[in-house]
Design a protein around this ligand. Structure first.
Ligand SMILES: CC(C)(COP(=O)(O)OP(=O)(O)OC[C@H]1O[C@@H](n2cnc3c(N)ncnc32)[C@H](O)[C@@H]1OP(=O)(O)O)[C@@H](O)C(=O)NCCC(=O)NCCS
Length: 204
């Protein structure tokens, strides 16, 4: 488990030692949610992503269970929804463990508990959001939006944020479009445009 007090002391020490530009990589911020919680948003520094995997799992089980077309599509290729989600998170675990170049892993913590997770890859001035998930009981209070904004805070040179979601994931799609993302041709490996839709946001 991580020790937040130690994190802040270490951050202050490192800021003094190496200056603020390098620290941009490690900045933590607090955010008051629409529900009145104080959330800490920071890069993941734990030794593994087990708490984040649980958030990912819970968020998608709850969301997809309400979207039968997605469950049906998933079950054509995987024995269970859980098996699919475990497999879907494998790349996250591998990239986190290998400290993949250009990969960022963020979470939001409320009352000492990880409640949201986002990972993204940076290349030049673009960020590609790989995963975004908020625990079901903490959805709709601004955490997804705040995590998205954090990309620009920790990488100010970013001008464009891209991502992909399932066309049938109407709540996520509605949320992203509400936030100003527009459909684009962005894809990922094995991208099937009949199933997935690319989205992007360009900073004005
Ligand atoms: C999709 C998800 C990441 C959004 O995160 P969130 O924390 O619940 O969203 P936020 O509370 O930050 O809301 C973001 C904005 O979208 C709006 N919004 C939410 N649902 C919406 C919908 N169905 N249609 C339109 N706008 C919507 C909110 O009002 C908010 O806008 P505002 O700040 O102007 O009020 C989260 O709900 C989630 O984890 N869902 C399950 C997993 C998933 O589908 N992940 C995405 C896969 S690509």
């Amino acid at each position: 488990m991580y020790n937040r007090k130690l994190f802040f002391i270490t951050s202050a020490f490192l800021t003094a030692l190496i200056g603020t530009s390098a620290m941009a990589m490690m900045a933590a911020s607090t955010f008051r949610t629409k529900g009145g919680h104080v959330a800490i948003i920071e890069q993941v520094t734990t030794k593994d992503l087990s708490a984040e995997a649980a958030v990912f799992h819970d968020a998608f089980v709850e969301s997809y269970t309400k979207l039968p077309a997605i469950v049906e599509a998933v079950l054509k290729k995987h024995p269970t929804l859980e098996a699919f989600l475990t497999k879907a998170f494998e790349d996250e675990i591998a990239d986190f463990a290998s400290k993949k170049d250009g990969a960022y892993f963020l979470h939001a913590v409320i009352d000492g508990k990880v409640v949201a997770y986002m990972s993204f890859d940076v290349k030049d001035k673009e960020a590609y959001v790989r995963e975004l998930a908020v625990s079901p009981q903490y959805q709709g209070i601004g955490l997804g939006k705040e995590l998205g904004k954090t990309i620009f805070r920790i990488k100010p040179e970013i001008t464009t944020v891209r991502g992909v979601t399932r066309r049938a994931n109407l709540p996520a799609l509605g949320s992203y479009k509400h936030l100003g993302l527009v459909e684009s041709s962005v894809g990922h490996e094995g991208f099937d445009p009949s199933v997935y839709v690319g989205l992007e946001y360009t900073r004005k």
